[in-house]
Each structure stands twice: as C-alpha cells, then as structure tokens.
Design a protein around this ligand. Structure first.
Ligand code: FA5
Length: 335
C-alpha cells in the first residue's frame, strides 16, 4: 500500500509540474483527488483495517491530499503569474477612450456658470403631476396652452414632465423668496421627430426672485451664459413669446451655428434656433408659490440644453444624441 501511495504521489507531482494550462491542472486535480481517483478508492479500504492501521493510514491519506492540493494551488499561482508576466503591454490598444455625453458636458458647464452667479442647483422628478406641470403655472384644466406640449400621460394619473418649469412653484414653496435656482433635467413630449425635435430632450430651468429684478437682469444672465458656453459672442434675438406663467414673455433665439444663419434643416431654414424662452414670472405663479407679488418679482427661463449642445458641437441632427450610435457621435469634436 505504501509503495502504491508513493508512486501515486510521484506520478501526480510529475504531471502537475509538466502542465502549462489551467484547464489541464483541473483535470489532474480530478484525476488524483476526485471521487473516482485511485486515492479515494484506497481510502475506502480504511473501513476494513485494524484500528492501529486506520490511525496510520488515515493520517497518511490526509497528508497526501494536503500535499497534492498545495502543489496544485502553487502551480496554479505560477501559471497565473506567467500569464501576467507574458502580457505584452507594447501591443496597440484596441479600445477607444470614451467621453461624457455632449448634453452632460453642456449641462455641467451651464450649471457651473450659474453657480458662480449665485444660483443653487435643484432637481425635480421626471414623473410629475398635473399640478406642477400645468395648474401651478397658471394653466388650469382645459386651458388651450396645454396643447403647447403633447404630454405623455401615465396610467397612474401622473405624467412625464413636458418641461423643467415644474420646478418653479416647487422651489418657491420649498425655499421661499428671495431665491435663485437652476434645475437641469430630462423632459418628454410626444413630438413628430425631425432634426431639432426629439421626444426626450433636456432643458434647464432658471429662476430668480427678489425685490428688484428686471428684464435687464434676465438679458444680462442669458448673454453672459451664452458667451461663456460658446467662448465667443453669439448672435441672439429676443422676440415676444406667450407662456401663461410669464408676463411679459419672450423667445430667445440663437443664430444657427450649423449653417451660419443661412438656413438649413436644423433651423428649419430660418437661420435661427429657438433656444431659451423666458420672461417675468406671472403674479399668479408667485402667489401659487406662497410669495407676495406686491413685495417680490422675478424672471424665469427654460434653456433648451439639448439644442445648446447641438449648437456648441455643431451636431446637425438631434436624433444622433439619443441614438447611442458611436459612429455618428465620433464625427463630432466632443471635449
Ligand atoms: C417651455 O418648455 C417653457 N417651459 C420655457 C419657459 C420657462 C418659458 C420659463 C418661460 C419661462 P418651450 O416649449 O418653447 O418652452 O421649450 C423650451 C426650449 O426647450 C425650446 O426653446 C427648445 O430649445 C427646447 N425644446 C422644446 N421642445 C423640444 C424638443 N421636442 N426637442 C428638443 N428641444 C426642445
């Protein structure tokens, strides 16, 4: 028996040392230590031995098992280290370095600029209610202005917010006046998709309420913001715009940077892109937020972040941004 065991150990060690593959090592383990191994068969003869033999062979079997297990594990470590050592790190890498999404970059840039101007960043829910999306913003049930957004209604009676203006009254009620907040976030509308309309896009709401706030302050903030984002003066124009939650209301358009203002599919051939509606907050909205319109006034704006990213990176079709198609995204110089 002892001779048999001696040979078994020496055969196993020879095989372990000769192998260079992890899979072969596992086969050797099963061959010498598994259920059907010779060692296991020999061990089953323990029950027929005398008690002194049982003691002697029992400990011998255990010793052999431990020895072979240790040998296998150390060979496994050796093989793993060899693999690491053999790795040729001079070979060219076949992966490309990713970047943040253009909208994420622009959102961070804009919020950083606004933070420096004293704005606090807040976030609101993407699934919101009729009250915050409409009623609180001076758009009661059946008001025709509801048609400005083709809203996604949910079976639980809630909706996917159509704009970040949902944050206006929520912030007024939470923090009171004076206040300066901005709220970036995803919005949803059942749109006919084209080069500048998506059903899922990003806006950034801005709101300032204080005792003395004017349209001049609003224009200053918008101009500084765009100047910093584009690193150059960009042509903008203000024209009257109607939103029930501001009075007066404006549309701020930016000259289309894709075509240089000549007209293209991105700007629907107008040379201008609607970027940021804005206006002085309607007294009804201030009241709804628990703020006295005789004491306080404010302005708000709803910056189209996705369109801003398009202008900044000269992305001519908005659909690229949600597509996840790296071949298209790689065409743009995103840093
Ligand atoms: C609004 O959503 C108002 N809540 C903005 C506002 C805030 C007005 C505060 C006054 C005061 P509008 O629907 O125009 O407005 O959308 C604002 C901006 O979001 C647009 O100028 C545009 O840049 C962007 N936007 C709107 N719809 C889409 C869309 N389907 N795809 C991409 N961007 C869009």
């Amino acid at each position: 028996m002892k001779e048999k065991l001696k040979k078994l150990v020496s055969d196993a060690i020879t095989e372990i040392n000769a192998t260079s593959k992890e899979a072969d090592l596992l086969n050797i383990k099963s061959k010498y230590l598994g259920k059907k191994s010779e060692l296991n068969t020999l061990m089953s003869s323990l029950k027929d031995m005398s008690s002194s033999e049982k003691k002697e062979y029992g400990s011998l079997f255990n010793q052999i098992k431990k020895e072979l297990e240790a040998k296998i594990n150390s060979r496994l470590d050796e093989l793993n280290n060899q693999v690491k050592f053999n790795f040729d790190n001079t070979l060219p890498a076949h992966y490309s370095k990713g970047s943040l999404h253009p909208v994420t970059i622009v959102a961070k840039e804009v919020t950083d600029i606004l933070k420096r101007m004293g704005f606090t960043v807040v976030v609101g829910p993407e699934m919101d209610d009729d009250y915050h999306n409409f009623v609180a913003l001076n758009i009661p049930e059946n008001h025709p202005a509801r048609d400005m957004q083709d809203t996604y209604w949910l079976s639980n009676g809630k909706l996917l917010r159509g704009h970040t203006s949902t944050n206006q009254v929520r912030a007024m009620q939470n923090y009171g006046a004076p206040i300066r907040i901005c709220a970036p976030g995803r919005c949803f509308r059942n749109e006919d998709l084209d080069a500048c309309h998506e059903n899922t896009f990003f806006q950034l709401e801005g709101m300032v309420i204080d005792k003395q706030v004017s349209i001049n302050n609003l224009i200053y903030v918008m101009r500084e913001l765009l100047k910093e984002v584009f690193k150059t003066d960009v042509q903008v124009r203000l024209r009257p715009g109607f939103f029930p939650f501001v009075e007066p209301g404006f549309e701020l358009d930016c000259s289309c940077l894709i075509c240089g203002g000549k007209g293209c599919p991105t700007c629907k051939n107008s040379g201008w892109l609607e970027l940021c509606p804005c206006g002085m907050i309607h007294p009804n909205v201030l009241k709804e937020g628990g703020i006295d319109p005789n004491e306080y006034m404010g302005f708000a704006f709803g910056l189209g972040l996705t369109r801003l990213a398009m202008m900044k990176y000269k992305i001519n079709d908005i659909r690229v941004l949600n597509s996840g198609d790296l071949r298209r995204l790689n065409e743009f110089d995103i840093k």
